[in-house]
Design a protein. Sequence first.
Length: 169
Amino acid sequence: MDVLEAIFTRRSIRKFTGQPIAEEDLKTVLKAGFQAPSAHNYQPWDFVVVRNKNTLESIAQVHPYAKMLPQAGCGIIVCGDKERQRLTGFLVADCSAAIENMLLAAHGIGLGAVWCGLYPVPELTKAIAEILNLPSTVIPVGIVVVGYKNEMKKPADRYDESKVHFEQW
Ligand SMILES: Cc1cc2nc3c(=O)[nH]c(=O)nc-3n(C[C@H](O)[C@H](O)[C@H](O)COP(=O)(O)O)c2cc1C
């Protein structure tokens, strides 16, 4: 799929067939995450791939808006390491760029995906850190829930001329 087509047709998919994704597709999605831009090119991310049914259930139990996770069958928890980027704003921006790259890659290869936020909700980041046994310097920023789609969504055109300012506000 062409990059602009992917950007303009990607939507959040929250219904999944339950079929496990192929290893090769998982690798493609992960590689897209690693290609993201990052401040100073520090690449402060780590990716925790969760496919274990019990772990997926545990995450869905603590996250009120990630109930689709067990059905998707795969969650990639995108984490930022404060030891590799001490400015949290940049850390979150870098991990967010990786998440968006992964969403687009998943869409580009025909999978469905949704971004489930973690940071900056303290209850969520704490619960996920415990479930995944994260080191104390690592912040879980978001989850890329990915799997085979069981819903189709029309593209949404959100271009809004009134929010575009040329030269000055
Ligand atoms: C930071 C962030 C956190 C989000 N968290 C959730 C979430 O927890 N659960 C969910 O179902 N969708 C979540 N979303 C997806 C948004 O709801 C979705 O992107 C938005 O409604 C626009 O729809 P679209 O992705 O289909 O274009 C999140 C998106 C972002 C950027």
